[in-house]
Ligand binder design. Structure first.
Ligand SMILES: [Zn+2]
Length: 57
């Protein structure tokens, strides 16, 4: 298996910062989904302390 390091390829890395839709901060963390909705991911904004959903590609 080859380790590709092309930085132009965004493969939806789990470490990608998600921007808060309320305050625009990227100081967010991902929460682990509990349901079957794998097409969505829950995030939590540490800046305004609001949970929000982000659609996963
Ligand atoms: Zn926020």
């Amino acid at each position: 298996m080859r380790n590709r390091t092309d930085p132009s390829v965004d493969a939806g890395g789990e470490d990608a910062a998600v921007e808060c839709p309320y305050c625009g901060s990227t100081d967010t963390e991902r929460e682990h989904p509990k349901g079957p909705s794998l097409c969505r991911s829950m995030h939590y904004c540490l800046a305004c302390e609001e949970p929000f959903e982000a659609l996963a590609d």
